[in-house]
Design a protein around this ligand. Structure first.
Ligand code: NAD
Length: 288
């Protein structure tokens, strides 16, 4: 048996075509092109490359992108003022912040001040709370992309056992909440979990967001399990190539379906931001 490859590039391309059509219709009805604003503080190369990827996704889906690069010396008051301005700007439908912020700025500055209806990455306390309650909301885009992969490939979730490895607030924990909302039985594992292999072996769906290359091997999987790998690692042994948390070669003959790295969860992530921006824009029509 060889696992079905869950092709993130193909899913992202389908989404892009759907969203492009929707953005054109929306812009015509609104009388303006919805704007996605991206707030960055300081000059971090990783954030720059993230922003460049989002800009490309915006161009390809017909959304206007407005990067806002604030100086490293920006204070909490200054950042809150910038967020307030974006909150008040009707043309700005979605606001994204590149995280982490510099050490002198707690994430709560944004999480507590961004308008939840513009929080397309689900980082505000309101939207995170709504997700925890299982209510409709904007969820963090990386795990939302993982859920999209499961749905597009018709992987059954309800009643199945999902094991999520990693409990960060932006990937592992929201993924676990979304699987729970979709009626999976969910186990969350983290760096202090003993017997990871035994727990993973009981999973119908394995999700990894640990940032540890080769953490999950084929021998740890239940035959036929679905594997969603969010890991991004560049270990020395891979000669500078990007690999996930799953040992792909040993997992492939055991799993039923698996996301490759690269080309799995990554490409779908930015499309979730585009989808949420358009959903936020649509609410302007509802309120008109
Ligand atoms: P994080 O460092 O905040 O969290 C890692 C989690 O993994 C922690 O909860 C930790 O307890 C757990 N963990 C670490 N080692 C473990 C071990 N040996 N056994 C079990 N659990 C272990 O990282 P994050 O921000 O959640 O990101 C996780 C991974 O996902 C990283 O590789 C990151 O680069 C990647 N990522 C991918 C995307 C995407 O679009 N695909 C987006 C964001 C992050």
């Amino acid at each position: 048996m060889t696992a079905t490859i869950l092709d993130g590039r193909a899913v992202a391309e389908t989404l892009r075509a759907e969203l492009r059509a929707e953005s054109a219709t929306l812009a015509a009805r609104l009388g303006f092109t919805p704007i996605l604003a991206i707030v960055s503080v300081g000059d971090d190369p990783a954030a720059r490359s993230y922003v460049a990827g989002i800009r490309r996704a915006c161009e390809r889906t017909g959304i206007a992108c407005r990067p806002l690069e604030l100086p490293l010396a920006t204070t909490a008051v200054g950042l809150r003022a910038a967020i307030d301005e974006l909150n008040a700007d009707r043309g700005v439908c979605g606001v994204l912040a590149t995280l982490p912020l510099p050490p002198h700025l707690p994430t709560s500055v944004i999480a507590d001040s961004l308008a939840p209806e513009k929080d397309i990455d689900g980082i505000t306390t309101t939207n995170a709370g709504r997700l925890a309650f299982g209510w409709p909301t904007f969820a963090p885009n990386t795990p939302a992309g993982g859920m999209e992969m499961l749905r597009r490939y018709n992987i059954p979730i309800a009643g199945n056992h999902a094991v999520v490895v990693g409990r960060s607030g932006i990937v592992g924990k929201p993924m676990a909440l979304m699987l729970l909302a979709a009626d999976a039985t969910v186990t969350i594992c983290h760096r202090r979990t003993p017997n990871l292999a035994a727990i993973v072996r009981g999973a119908d769906i394995v999700v990894t967001a640990a940032g540890r290359a080769r953490l999950i091997t084929g021998a740890m999987l239940k035959p036929g399990a679905t594997v969603i790998d969010f890991g991004i690692n560049f270990p020395e042994w891979a000669g500078g190539k990007m690999v996930g948390d799953v040992d792909f070669a040993s997992a492939l003959p055991v799993a039923g379906a698996i996301t490759p790295v690269p080309g799995g969860t990554g490409p779908v992530t930015n499309m979730m931001l585009m989808r949420n921006t358009l959903a936020a824009a649509r609410t302007l029509l509802d309120g008109a």
